[in-house]
Design a protein around this ligand. Structure first.
Ligand code: GDP
Length: 515
């Protein structure tokens, strides 16, 4: 945090775990969050109708507390990580027993692994006739999740969010995982944490749901969150009750901010108004400078769109989605369309499967759309036409990144500073195992160039199976800087060894968007 206080071991006290629910669309994340809340609330509270504040806390009969982030899906988790906050201690991976492991299940696993957060598998919809929990367990093996019943170390619990069965077992599993993690924080210091959600309320002004991670937040504290600040006028818990303070792992709504901070922004309590103003002015200046830099650069369809949204001239973000499979095309469209709001709507012109062709580029040009390429590539001709016509093609392999970029765009904010630039393709012709080096792929460059240290995506049957970096680029025995089309080369991949003949290596580099 800004104030940089280090806590001493003896000042640390146990704190409740913070849990995020992830999984494929329609597998029951929302239902589970609702079921857990009502299951526990029903016990004590009369008429325990809760309002949605982005996170809630339950108290088990054992008095153990658990905090749930009440925004299902990856967005909450990853948007926060992208902005520097990491709030989740445990991920519940919901997998529908009648559907099995699906693309977003795999993404969720990747995110949890990347963040080094332990997973508990909730096999949901066990009430359905087609439920097959063992199929789920087996499919998870392909993604390095080995559940306990298969002698692994990931807990799995069979549940039905709809019939509310298995929930006690799930809560037990969370408690056990939390014990293993030995979660602690110092409650007796100024508060630090993260913004979970924020909005502008007609009557109450800026309202932010924050999760306290360290220390205790008090009414009257001066808080800086992202580029906004304010004196906390009131703290409200997840049932809308006023409270004087909030300790570690406690989610609260705070009133009194001068503006609406971005979800995922870290917040910190500072000693004075003047210090708060100073920090927030600095941050706002940084944001403005980035925005200006962008307007100057306005060129492609993406930059034009951004400039018009900022000027209040455009009410629509038009996208053309191309994906590797129908499921992904639908998932991407559904995700981005949800980002529409009153001022700017997100319109998906077309969501189809396959490579990006010239006709896609023409359609995008005609409708001022940006092309979202999800796990697919563009033909050489299409790429060339896009360059000539100033149509932006953005390549993705992770849905949350699409969501994050589109969300920025809709808000008229800075698009990411970097964009991907396509370099070339190489085909794996042979795979060698070399002592102390690992696997080396003997490749043939079929298009463009391969550069030392560039970003790589490994495609097997047109599906991305790995994304990372090149660790070695050789011509015969020599390390080289770059190998062009028509030549052979030896490639190895940082921390990755599952290579096969016939795999295609897509090479890219990140370029700074010109200012
Ligand atoms: P999300 O997209 O992952 O948040 O999924 P939802 O919670 O919205 O659930 C998707 C659909 O599955 C809804 O129609 C739910 O009623 C249904 N559903 C969720 N959990 C269960 C369950 O345990 N059993 C059955 N039969 N249906 C469920």
């Amino acid at each position: 945090g800004i104030e940089g206080i280090e806590d001493r071991e003896e000042d640390l006290q146990p704190r409740p775990p913070v849990v995020t629910v992830m999984g494929h669309v329609d597998h029951g994340k929302t239902s589970l969050l609702d079921a857990l809340r009502s299951a526990v609330v029903a016990e004590g509270e009369a008429g325990g109708i809760t309002q949605h504040i982005g996170a809630y806390q339950v108290t088990l009969p054992s008095k153990q507390k658990i905090t749930f982030i009440d925004t299902p899906g990856h967005e909450a988790f990853t948007a926060m990580r992208a902005r520097g906050a990491s709030v989740t201690d445990i991920v519940i991976l919901v997998v529908a027993a009648d559907d099995g492991v699906m693309p977003q299940t795999v993404e969720a696993i990747k995110h949890a692994k990347a963040a080094n957060v332990p997973v508990i598998v909730a096999i949901n919809k066990m009430d359905k006739p087609g439920a097959d929990p063992n199929r789920v367990r087996n499919e998870l093996l392909n993604h390095e999740i080995v559940v306990e019943s298969m002698s692994g170390d990931t807990q799995d619990v069979e549940i039905s969010a709809q019939k509310k069965t298995g929930l006690d077992k799930l809560l037990e599993a969370i408690t056990l995982q939390a014990e293993i993690l030995d979660l602690k924080a110092n409650p007796n210091r100024v508060a630090e944490g993260a913004v979970i959600e924020s909005r502008l309320d007609r009557g109450r002004g800026a309202v932010a749901t924050v999760l306290v991670q360290k220390g205790t937040l008090h009414s009257g504290d001066i808080v800086v969150a992202g580029a906004e600040w304010g004196r906390v006028r009131a703290l409200l818990d997840d049932r809308g009750r006023q409270s004087k303070e909030a300790g570690p792992s406690m989610p609260v709504e705070i009133l009194g901010m001068t503006g609406v901070p971005d979800a995922g922004s870290p917040f910190v309590v500072v000693e004075s108004d003047s210090r708060a103003r100073e920090i927030s002015e600095f941050r706002q200046r940084v944001i403005r400078e980035k925005l200006n830099a962008h307007q100057v650069a306005a060129r492609g369809t993406l930059d034009q769109m951004l400039a018009r949204i900022q000027a209040g001239e455009q009410k629509e973000v038009a996208l053309l989605v191309k994906a590797d499979v129908q499921g992904s095309a639908e998932a991407v469209s559904a995700t981005v369309q949800k980002l529409s709001h009153e001022e700017v709507i997100v319109r998906v012109l077309n969501a189809t499967v396959g490579q990006i062709t010239e006709s896609d580029v023409q359609l995008a040009k005609a409708s001022n759309a940006v092309i979202v390429a999800f796990n697919v590539r563009a033909t050489t001709q299409a790429r060339e036409l896009a360059r000539q016509e100033g149509v932006d093609i953005r390549y993705y392999s992770i849905i949350y990144q699409v969501a994050d970029d589109v969300e920025q765009l809709v808000k008229g904010k800075i698009a990411p500073k970097h964009r991907e630039k396509f370099l070339g393709y190489a085909e794996i012709r042979q795979v060698f195992s070399i002592t102390r080096v690992g696997k080396v792929a003997g490749c043939y460059v079929t298009e463009g160039v391969v550069k030392r240290g560039c970003g790589v995506r490994l495609l097997r049957e047109n599906v991305v199976i790995h994304e990372g970096e090149l660790s070695q680029l050789k011509r015969f025995k020599d390390d080289v800087k770059e190998v062009a089309r028509g030549y052979e080369c030896g490639l190895s991949f940082a921390g990755y060894n599952d290579l096969r003949e016939g795999d295609v290596v897509e090479c890219f580099e990140m370029e700074v968007i010109p200012t």
